[in-house]
Design a protein around this ligand. Structure first.
Ligand SMILES: [Zn+2]
Length: 287
């Protein structure tokens, strides 16, 4: 895509991200690599629902302003870290999808193999430990995660989604939030039934070959367990045994889970489900 095409796609996707409720107010930022290798991105302090061409700036790979008006966002460091770590990607979308972020606050992992389509296309969604927003420390903290994943969550903050195009990065963001919504609804109905480990590994291996993914993950497509965390794999010597509830116990932050499935909340129907599920999750965590 040339620059005019990328600029118009960035506006369209930015508006969609706002309209889909994946961020509010001045939250979030988008970036894409221009054919020159420079970075087209949204400036600091602009509303993504009303984004115009004047809100787009061009910076170099060290974040220095090259064209446009306004200033780069403090979160640009995060985008640049993604491009450094993943020469295969062309776009990064950062948003604050509410249900996904709620999972991090409630300390419920999204690194679980639940939906076949998600295992095929994204694998698992890890959570990066809390770090102050807009800092170099946060950008450094996400590096090892973006090396191996196309969609990651940052504790109490939001999502970073990568792609070979802006559309792909946006799809990964939508998939993450859709997964969070379905998982939350399942928790409200009584619990989450994970895919059998053998099936999860089969799907992931197939997905990496069919749809691609991070180069480090593709390399593992034919290895036992593909790129899934040990907790999602069939029991092997080093893998922790599943608990009687089927919920794996894993030392990995990226695979942390609650051991006690939330109880079915009596009378939690329609609008009440929203509040009830959070209550159930917090109770399960003993808070
Ligand atoms: Zn943010």
């Amino acid at each position: 895509m040339n620059e005019p095409q990328l600029r118009s796609q960035m506006l369209r996707i930015s508006h969609l991200i706002y309209e889909r409720g994946l961020l509010v107010a001045m939250d979030g930022n988008l970036s894409a690599l221009l054919p020159s290798g420079q970075v087209l991105c949204t400036r600091a302090g602009c509303h993504k629902g009303f984004l115009t061409d004047e809100d787009l700036i061009v910076v170099d790979r060290s974040g220095r302003m090259l064209r446009g008006t306004g200033r780069p966002t403090s979160e640009l460091k995060m985008h640049l870290a993604c491009y450094d770590e993943r020469p295969d990607i062309r776009a990064v979308v950062h948003a604050h999808p509410p249900i996904s972020v709620a999972f991090t606050i409630a300390n419920v992992s999204m690194a679980r193999c639940v939906l076949p389509e998600v295992v095929l296309t994204l694998g698992t969604i890890p959570t990066v430990d809390y770090e102050t927003t807009g800092t170099l420390a946060l950008a450094d903290k996400i590096r090892p995660f973006v090396r191996d994943h196309d969609a990651i969550l940052m504790d109490r903050h939001g999502a970073v989604c990568l792609g070979g195009s802006l559309l792909q990065a946006f799809c990964n963001l939508e998939t993450m939030e859709h997964t969070a919504k379905i998982t939350k609804a399942a928790l409200a109905l009584g619990g989450v039934k994970e895919l059998p480990p053998d099936e999860a590994v089969k799907l992931r291996s197939l997905g990496l070959k069919r749809y691609g993914g991070p180069p480090s993950a593709i390399e593992k497509a034919d290895q036992p367990g593909a790129d899934l965390p040990l907790a999602c794999q069939p029991c092997r010597e080093a893998a922790p045994a599943p608990t009687p509830t089927g919920t794996p116990k894993a030392p990995l932050r990226m695979a942390r889970v609650v051991d006690t499935p939330p109880r079915l909340i009596a009378g939690a129907v329609d609008g009440e489900v929203e509040d009830a599920v959070m209550k159930a999750v917090l109770e399960a965590l003993g808070r």
